[in-house]
Design a protein around this ligand. Sequence first.
Ligand SMILES: Cc1ncc(COP(=O)(O)O)c(C=O)c1O
Length: 404
Amino acid sequence: MTNKLSVTRATFDDVMVPNYNPAQMIPVKGEGSRVWDQAGTEYVDFAGGIAVNCLGHCHPAMVQALTEQGNKLWHLSNVFTNEPALRLAQKLTDATFADRVYFANSGAEANEAALKLARRSALDKFGPEKDQIIAFNKGFHGRTFFTVTVGGQAAYSDGFGPKPGAIEHVDYNNLAALEALMSDKTCAIMMEPLQGEGGVISPDAEFVKGVRELCDKYNALLIFDEVQTGFGRTGSLYAYQQLGVTPDILASAKSLGGGFPIGAMLTTAEIAAHLKPGTHGSTYGGNPLACAVAEAVFDVVNTDDVLAGVKQREQLFKTTLQQINEKYGVFQDIRGQGLLLGAELTEKFDGKARDFLNASAAEGVMVLVAGPSVIRFTPSLIIPEQDILEGLARFERAVAKLAG
Ligand SMILES: Cc1ncc(COP(=O)(O)O)c(C=O)c1O
């Protein structure tokens, strides 16, 4: 038996590296879209572990998959393959453009693999000159040094010494600026098919098509970072499936494991061939526990019922948020796709998104921010209608306090 010490939020400051500043309350239990803290206070969860808990907390299919696999086989390393990893890879390739899968443990690692693959493939096919990676301002791709440098916020990559080179940025939705930067030296474009952390910003349909055409013109690979948009979040298994544009490489994580850490890089057989044995790897990638859970998540999420339900819930969120806005006039825009939604505050509340997050928590609803002035909602894809209405009623009380 483990000796369970009694811990509080003060313990965090005593024993944890201070790179996070978590809420004062400590959640201890979750069920569906409700969470309870140490004091027994209940919250409606619109944050979903930052777009991760796509089936809410403790979904029975996930608990069953984890328990069954937990009683069978936990870990092997990639010296051996395993059945859950092979089944999951088969399902992912059957459901997407991809023929090959590489498993990792997080979004950053899936993107890291994507970037390394793009660089290696360009080197093999065109030589060392073709190394330029272009990404977008306000984009977010993770916190490894390569991915954070490709991300579009220099503040996150400054201060750690020399950065990986040949990485450039342009504004999202600005095709002319992208075209001006591109040449035969361009190795890859990395983009989110809807910017999440950067403020819930959708791409223009023409922009995404234009990016694909430019990639084809210059023999550059198109990498879609679907870490946040993927696995049902926008109402299709992956967002690219609604955009009419197919990437060459796709990174998936977050909802893929529904709360169990896993990431995946998907690509074609031809591109995958450039990551030969020994070129890249991970001890835990494709771990049987993670893959068994992700397989259970896949079976629930990749159904017409759940995906259509995401679109219905999107409508309910948007109309109710609009009704709140008619009363209080705090938002200048309510946007996003599926259950990746953002409400941008008016100028009067510029930079105050975190105040809304804190006031919401005090009323019993967990929300997120996306930058200083956007409140973000990324709940479970199967959140019951009554939980949406109850959570938004609590959110409205928070808005009323701040607007009043
Ligand atoms: C689009 C996108 N890419 C990558 C990441 C990084 O994922 P992880 O935190 O699992 O490394 C995130 C996380 O927020 C993300 O939203």
